[in-house]
Design a protein around this ligand. Structure first.
Ligand code: FES
Length: 99
């Protein structure tokens, strides 16, 4: 095993889980894979390598109000996210607080 240092300040995980069941809330109803790709492009242009951005499956706090994001090392969870502009605000706020 080898320890790997990436050098990024924060790591943002964006849930894009699709439960394939309209009766159960999931993040894909609010943040799609295509939206995540646009967010990734924005991140690459503005905040990479300081922010590492990863799409993920269910983070266990599904809610009908919106998508879910968790950021490390703060460990802050955000829920009720309506669009990628809100995720951009979260990333910029977390980066400001990481300095
Ligand atoms: S589906 Fe995103 S937190 Fe559960």
């Amino acid at each position: 095993m080898e320890k790997l240092q990436r050098g990024n300040k924060i790591h943002t995980f964006v849930c894009v889980n699709d439960k394939q069941n309209p009766d159960k809330p999931d993040c894909a109803q609010h943040i799609t894979i295509d939206q995540f790709k646009k967010l990734k492009q924005w991140n690459r242009q503005n905040h990479f390598p300081n922010n590492l951005l990863t799409k993920t499956g269910c983070l266990g706090v599904c809610n009908p109000q919106g998508g879910v994001v968790v950021v490390y090392p703060s460990g802050n969870f955000y829920k009720g996210i309506k669009n990628i502009d809100e995720i951009k605000q979260i990333i910029e706020s977390e980066l400001n607080n990481s300095n």
